[in-house]
Design a protein around this ligand. Structure first.
Ligand code: SF4
Length: 532
C-alpha cells in the first residue's frame, strides 16, 4: 500500500477493523480506543523487537507484564483481545503474528496509533503491501505535543531552545499560570537556582526518617511471574537476571496511580531541593519513579502535571519543587519527543565531536575503580534504574569526556533502563549527555571535573581516586579527561560564548601539566578495557 494510504485518518468503513495496540499505548485514554469502544484489539509480544538490543530482563518483564495486564483489563471490559505472547513459539515477530491473526479471523484492517519510535513507524508502512491488508494510522496518541507542529518550529532553528518551548506549553495548557504570567509573581518561569542543594546539605538535613514512609511496592502476581518465566527462558543471555521476589514495579494503572500519589504526598514537597544530589544510601532520592509507567501509558502526562499543580495550589508543595517537576514532564519530556521526530533518522548517526572510543566492558559489569561510575552501573544492573543525575552527571559525563562512541552509549542506555524507549534515549543521550548532535539541543556540553561530582555526591569519599588531583596514579580520571577534552575541542568551543569561562580556566593550566594530562589521557583510554 502506498505511504499516503497508510496515514489516512481512521475510519470504520470496515466494521471488523481491529485495533493493534503497541507496548507504549497501554491506556484507555488512547483516542483510538475511545473512538472505537467495541473494536477488537490485537497485542503482540514480539521476540524480534525485544531481542533488537540486550534489553535488561527487568525491563522486559515489566513491559510484558504490563501488556498482559492491559490485555486482561480490556477483556474484563468486554473487548475481544487477540494476544500473541512470547510463549506462542511459532510467532517470533509482529509480521508472523499479524499474518496468523489475518488468517484466523479473515480480517484485513488494522487501526494503529502512530508509533512513537521511528523504525516501527517506517516498518509499519511497509506492511500493507507485504500482507495485502489495510493499516489506518491515527496520529493522536498520548503525548501532548503534535510532532508535526513541533518539527515545523524546530527545523527552522539552529538550536530550538527548550525554555521557549516550555513557556509556550505552560501558556497553551494553562499550567502554573495566572493569566498570561507565570504563577509566583516576579515573572519567574524557572526556579532552578533554589534547587541546587549539595550532597553535604542533604546528608545534614535529611535522615532516614525523612525518607519514610516507604514507597509503595507491588509483589509479582501470577501474570508477572509468567512474564518473568518467559523472559528468563527466551532472553536468558540478556543482562539483569533477577529473582522474581525482588520485582516490585507498577504494572497496572491502579498501581501506577499509587506511585504517583505517594510521590505527590511525600516526595514532591522536597523534590526540588535535592534533585541534583546522589547519595549511596538513597539510590532513588526523592525522584518520582513514574517515568516507566508514564512511558507505557499507564499514566497520562496531563494527570501527572495536574496532580503536582494541585499540590501547589493547596499549599502542600512549594513552587520551586512543583515547577521543577512539571518542567520535566510538560517541558523536557515533550521537547525530547519533538526533537526526536524532527531529526530522525539521521539524528541517531550524529557524532559532532567525532568520538570513537568503544564502550568499555565495565558498563556491563560495573568492574571499575571509579566509585561513582561503579555504583551507578551496579544500580543499573540490579534495578534497571538510575535517576537523571546519575545518568547525566556520572555516566553521561564520563562517556562524553572519554569520547565514547555515541551510538554505542545510546544503545547501552536504551538496553539498561526500565523507562527507555528510542524517542526518550536518542535526544537525552546523543544530544544532552554527549553533545554529539552539533548543539541542536544543548548549547554547551554537560561536562564537569570531579569537583562537581564531589559536591553533589558522597561517592568520592570511598573512591580509589582523589577528586582533587589531576595528575598521578590516584588522580581522578574525570579531571584528566575534562581538561584534555576541552583542549582537544578548543578550536570548536572557542566559537561558543557559553564556553568562554571553561576555556579561560583551561588557559590557566600550565602547558607542561596539560601535556602530561594528554599523556595520561591516552594511557587511561588504552586501559579502559582492562579496567580504570
Ligand atoms: Fe568519581 Fe573521581 Fe569521585 Fe572517584 S574521585 S568517585 S572517580 S569523581
Amino acid at each position: 500500500m502506498p505511504r499516503r494510504e497508510a496515514t489516512k485518518k481512521p475510519t470504520l468503513t470496515d466494521p471488523q477493523a481491529t485495533i493493534w495496540l503497541l507496548e507504549d499505548h497501554l491506556s484507555e485514554d488512547l483516542p483510538l480506543l475511545k473512538a472505537h469502544p467495541t473494536a477488537a484489539v490485537l497485542i503482540i509480544e514480539s521476540r524480534k523487537a525485544f531481542a533488537a538490543l540486550p534489553f535488561h530482563q527487568r525491563r522486559l518483564t515489566f513491559i510484558v507484564s504490563a501488556m498482559r495486564h492491559f490485555a486482561r483489563r480490556l477483556r474484563d471490559a468486554g473487548r475481544e483481545v487477540h494476544l500473541y505472547t512470547l510463549s506462542d513459539t511459532p510467532y517470533r515477530d509482529s509480521l508472523s503474528a499479524i499474518r496468523d491473526w489475518k488468517q484466523r479471523t479473515g480480517r484485513r484492517t488494522l487501526l494503529l496509533t502512530e508509533p512513537n519510535d521511528h523504525h516501527t513507524m517506517t516498518w509499519v508502512q511497509t506492511l500493507p503491501a507485504l500482507l495485502d491488508m489495510q493499516i489506518v494510522i491515527e496520529p493522536r496518541g498520548l503525548m501532548l505535543t503534535d510532532r508535526r507542529q513541533f518539527s515545523a518550529w524546530a527545523t527552522k532553528l539552529k538550536s530550538p531552545v527548550m525554555e521557549h518551548f516550555y513557556r509556550r506549553m505552560r501558556r497553551e495548557h494553562n499550567v502554573l499560570m495566572q493569566g498570561d504570567e507565570p504563577v509566583g509573581g516576579g515573572g519567574a518561569w524557572n526556579f532552578d537556582k533554589e534547587n541546587r542543594k549539595t550532597a553535604k546539605a542533604a546528608a545534614r538535613e535529611l535522615s532516614e526518617k525523612l525518607f519514610a514512609p516507604k514507597r509503595p511496592s507491588f509483589a509479582a502476581d501470577e501474570i508477572t511471574r509468567a512474564a518473568h518465566r518467559d523472559v528468563q527462558r527466551v532472553f536468558s543471555k540478556h543482562p539483569g537476571g533477577f529473582e522474581i521476589e525482588s520485582f516490585d514495579l507498577p504494572v497496572t494503572r491502579e498501581q501506577a496511580l499509587k506511585v504517583l500519589r505517594h510521590f505527590i504526598e511525600h516526595r514532591l514537597p522536597r523534590f526540588g531541593d535535592y534533585q541534583d544530589v546522589m547519595l549511596a544510601a538513597h539510590p532513588t532520592m526523592d525522584h518520582a519513579l513514574i517515568s516507566a509507567p508514564l512511558n507505557l501509558g499507564l499514566l497520562t502526562p496531563m494527570e501527572v502535571i495536574k496532580a503536582a499543580e494541585k499540590a501547589h495550589q493547596q499549599g502542600h508543595a512549594p513552587l520551586n519543587c512543583v515547577e521543577g517537576f512539571i518542567r520535566q514532564i510538560l517541558g523536557w519530556r515533550e521537547y525530547v519527543f519533538g526533537i526526536y521526530w524532527s531529526f530522525m533518522p539521521e539524528y541517531l548517526q550524529r557524532n559532532a565531536l567525532k568520538a570513537g572510543v568503544p564502550l568499555p566492558e565495565f558498563f556491563w559489569t560495573g568492574k571499575t575503580k571509579m566509585n561513582c561510575v561503579r555504583s551507578c552501573v551496579k544500580q543499573a544492573i540490579d534495578t534497571a534504574y538510575n535517576h537523571h543525575i546519575q545518568r547525566l552527571m556520572v555516566l553521561g559525563n564520563f562517556a562524553a569526556l572519554a569520547g565514547l562512541e555515541p551510538k554505542a552509549v545510546n544503545d547501552w542506555f536504551l538496553s539498561m533502563f526500565i523507562d527507555s524507549h528510542d524517542w526518550v534515549m536518542a535526544p537525552n543521550v546523543i544530544g544532552m549527555a554527549l553533545h554529539a548532535d552539533g548543539a541542536t539541543m544543548g548549547t554547551k556540553p554537560y561536562v564537569s571535573t570531579a569537583a562537581y561530582i564531589d559536591r553533589m555526591t558522597d561517592a568520592c569519599a570511598g573512591c580509589a581516586y582523589d577528586p582533587k588531583q589531576r595528575l598521578g596514579e590516584r588522580a581522578c580520571p574525570f579531571n584528566t579527561l575534562f581538561w584534555t577534552f576541552l583542549d582537544q575541542h578548543k578550536a570548536e568551543f572557542n566559537r561558543n560564548p557559553r564556553m568562554s569561562m571553561m576555556l579561560k580556566n583551561l588557559d590557566r593550566v600550565p602547558p607542561a601539566e596539560l601535556k602530561a594530562m594528554h599523556t595520561r589521557r591516552a594511557e587511561l583510554i588504552r586501559r579502559l578495557e582492562s579496567g580504570v
